[in-house]
Design a binder for this molecule. Structure first.
Ligand code: MG
Length: 367
């Protein structure tokens, strides 16, 4: 197979994530035994229905898009005004996400609705798809400008961080920004270090690294910081299991140690490790990697989503089975955002119009 272009990797990363999310959505809260009963031992092979919608994505994809929107607005602000606090701008994007998850409009003007937000006008993004309570609560606190603290290391930070690795070409920046953006909602060090490590992996894949090399780099980035130990251990375990002769579901379940009996992936380092394990087992086969990533007792849509981000960034959008690519929800929005991330990284900024003319400026007002 020919090497995918950088644009194809960006598209594959976001669309692969959505496909993994959609594949896992009907079985997020379903145990392995019941998944096998329903679909056979290989798990779901077709995009199905969740939340009453064929091909529905969940909060993982929705929040990934908001991360991208926030990062692009931050990028635009930095490029045109010369000063930006990336977490501050992205927080506003997450507060817009919070608005989409709540019924009815707010009273009065809100600081996070500055400028037009094209994502906010996408009706599907207002659907509630089992949003993580940690993200909801954390953002409510931040919206009220109250002191924020929690000790959560749920996977809601890591699962939304792929765009960071697509936008920046410096891996140390990807790590730092990934950590900072996850820490907006997840206060436990592993909750954000795993997110930074994931952004590093995507950054390397975007430059053509193999899955194995990208996972090594992610673990190395986590190993360099205080508190990175749990992430490093989980990724080490994933690498060992990938190379072992353990069966697929046995290997995945072996990574679930934090919430016994519930399967893996509900916490950040496990979600990343499951995704890495499945990608390492099937580095050239998106279908097999994603079916493995959703067929277990744990948090199937998040592990599917993260694995899809990795596989798509590694192999490009063409490697995703066409029947899945066309059936997933929001495909036009996802490809637009992926192209915008690609353009922002590769095309010289035009002060007046951004990389792609006036439409780009309108999509990402610099605030
Ligand atoms: Mg979800």
């Amino acid at each position: 197979m020919a090497e995918p272009s950088a644009r194809s990797r960006a598209r594959g990363c976001l669309l692969g994530g959505a496909v993994g999310d959609a594949l896992g959505a009907p079985v997020e809260f379903v145990r392995h035994a019941q998944i096998v009963e329903r679909y056979g031992p290989g798990g779901p092979g077709e995009i199905g229905e969740a939340y009453g919608v064929h091909g529905a994505v969940t909060d993982d994809t929705q929040m990934t898009l908001w991360t991208a929107e926030g990062c692009l607005r931050a990028y635009h602000r930095g490029a045109t005004k010369g000063i930006v606090t990336i977490p501050g701008v992205v927080l506003r994007a997450y507060l817009r996400w919070l608005d989409t998850q709540e019924a009815g409009p707010h009273d009065g003007p809100a600081f996070w609705q500055t400028g037009k937000s094209w994502l906010f006008d996408v009706p599907e993004l207002h659907a509630r798809r089992a949003p993580g309570t940690t993200c909801l609560r954390a953002l409510e606190v931040r919206r009220a400008k109250q002191p924020f603290h929690n000790e959560s290391k749920g996977c809601g930070g890591v699962m939304r961080m792929a765009p960071v690795g697509l936008l920046t070409d410096k891996t140390d920046h990807a790590f730092r920004i990934g950590c900072d953006l996850a820490e907006l909602t997840h206060g436990h060090v592993t909750g954000y270090v795993a997110a930074g490590a994931f952004a590093v992996a995507i950054c390397h894949l975007r430059e053509g690294a193999t899955i194995a090399a990208a996972v090594d780099e992610a673990a190395a980035a986590a190993a360099r910081v205080t508190g990175g130990g749990e992430t490093v251990m989980a990724l080490d375990r994933a690498r060992q299991l990938a190379a072992s002769d353990a069966g697929e579901v046995e290997a995945v379940h072996a990574l679930g140690t934090v919430t016994p009996g519930q399967g893996p992936g509900w916490v950040a380092e496990e979600a990343l490790a499951v995704a890495a394990l499945c990608a390492l087992r099937h580095p050239t086969d998106v279908e097999r990697a994603l079916r493995m990533a959703v067929t277990h007792d744990g948090d199937s849509d998040s592990t599917g989503s993260i694995c899809g981000n990795l596989m798509g960034a590694a192999l490009g959008v063409e490697a995703i089975p066409e029947r899945w690519r066309t059936e997933v929800e929001l495909v036009d929005v996802i490809l637009q955002i992926a192209d915008d991330l690609h353009d922002a990284r590769t095309v010289t900024m035009n002060w007046f119009s951004g990389p792609r003319g006036p439409g780009w400026y309108d999509r990402y007002p610099p605030s």
